[in-house]
Ligand binder design. Sequence first.
Ligand code: NAD
Length: 330
Amino acid sequence: KKLGVALVGLGGYSSGQLAPALQHTNNCYLAGIVTGTPAKATEWAHKYNIAPKNIYNYQNFDAIAGNKDIDIVYVVLPVSMHKEYTIRAARAGKHVICEKPMALNAADCREMIAACKKANRLLSIGYRLHFEPHTQEVMRLGQKHVFGKVTKIDTGNGFVYNGDPNAWRLKKALSGGGGLMDMGIYAIQGSRYTLGQEPVAVKATQQKTRPDFFKEVDETIFWELKFPGGAKVTGKSSYNDNWGYLNVEAEKGKFALEPAYGYGGLDGTINGKPMKIPNIIQQAAQMDDFAICVKLNKQSRVPGEEGLKDMKVVDAIYRSLDSGKWESVG
Ligand code: NAD
């Protein structure tokens, strides 16, 4: 049986990526929606053939507990709402996928993990790249020391934000931060999965060329991460530069991805030669894998703990911006 997924929040990512990807999944399907906008409910019900009894709003959401069609709730809301809806979904007896960044800070991530454990429900983060073949190749090359130990990583992720100045992404209370929370999280994670290690300390600096636009949130941040293996790791995030690369040097070779973090197709090289790896629908692979995990009652390869690891680094980067010093990750 295909498991039923309910998408909570029908914004850009749900409508542009997740719902279309759910037309290509084998182990789960789009069974329900949660939206505060009645017109969207009507449109989606028609487009995706969703039964009226599987359509919820933010007021009656908890009634999803009694709905056997819904096995998995996928939280695709502004970051400040991730914790509340993840916890409410788990308490309603549903397994949960929560989008990145997992929450406003590491403390909230810990609460979410504890709540899902208490409810005996599985929690996964929307980290699609762990199911993506170029990324998996980088993990293999780096973690298995195919060219010896990794000695150096430089990575950046960002885009030029020219959207609505009133959008939630620019409001700190709703987003938790700017380019770092939204885009930098991928670069942090890229370093972690290339090395297969957790960073112990970080030092960061920031730059704002459009302070009037980025009033509340960070625009561009540069950081250096200290890993136990001693690799030199630098990274950057931005809402004012189009970056998306991961460059890795090892003792006896090098490899790179560019684009490294998007869902429009990745590309890469190994010692300067093209990887020639086909692209897939990342979100379909990600959701299918979680559906299998639910069926087998097995922890996802991107559980809440993985989201927490990235948020611990994000928290330390913000602390370092305040202190101007190296801050330990923890
Ligand atoms: P969006 O602004 O397009 O959509 C957000 C949705 O939340 C909208 O439908 C909006 O109506 C709804 N919402 C409910 N309450 C709201 C409130 N109080 N304020 C504002 N909106 C409210 O955002 P998005 O791009 O779809 O991002 C949603 C989540 O998905 C974020 O966590 C984002 O980081 C994540 N995302 C992940 C990826 C990925 O590749 N994994 C890509 C894009 C977005």
